[in-house]
Design a protein around this ligand. Sequence first.
Ligand code: NAP
Length: 253
Amino acid sequence: MRILILGGTAEARALTQALAVRAEYAATVSLAGRTAEPLPQAAPVRSGGFGGAEGLARYIRDASVDVLIDATHPFAAAISANAVRAAESANVRLLALRRPPWSKVAGDTWTEVESVDQAVSVLGQARKRVFLALGRKELQPFTAAPQHSYLVRSVDPVDPPLGVPHAAYIAARGPFSENEDRALLARHKIEVIVAKNSGGEATYSKIAAARALGLPVVMLKRPALPDVASVATVEEVLDVLDHTLTLSTARGV
Ligand code: NAP
């Protein structure tokens, strides 16, 4: 069974690893190609955009893909929407691997916002020391609030740097530990954190650290994602695939 995994997440990588040891599956991973040094994968990788939903559908047909798995980040809404249209057009099964969002627990002080622009306005006028745990493409709106001091942590370096007078940068890839993040936030005297509700364990450390230090979090809500068959874990994906394979074998497909 040929599987195309739309990746770019820890879960997609774990799924690729799990499928690599199963002879009945041949997986290919698709990455957007944004990260300068992507982590190695346990399967062949193709990189770069497909050129929209039709391009993805064409790829699926040309590569005789049987199942498309959307294991992209929950904030990667465009590719998830394309996956739905492409799967329909190429008539293949689509399964989404989606990690559940984080939920607020006792001790958390979150202001939930719908957009980065809203996050900027929630920071207010008074000068603050802000930790931005965001990707490069989400940073631009903060130039509208140059009074704040920003500490930016992203996977790839922010180049060119943000057009604000006070900004420091950390290029680092999770997972991070709560202790590490507590120390970081304390060292930089951070007063507020802006984060995306990514879910998962790899980047939860900053949320736990904020709670421990009594810091507020401006939390970006997830974009609306298409309503498709979805599961939350790699094990569940394997179950669905095994079931699909059993049915196809029984039908002699
Ligand atoms: P996006 O806004 O949903 O997608 C923009 C365009 O990038 C898509 O239309 C597609 O181009 C291309 N693309 C995205 N993911 C792709 C993939 N896995 N394979 C091939 N092309 C892909 O995506 P994004 O938010 O920029 O995220 C890009 C990648 O980074 C995703 O793979 C995602 O899983 C990963 N990632 C994103 C975030 C985040 O916060 N957004 C965080 C961690 C990892 P075409 O239309 O030309 O096909």
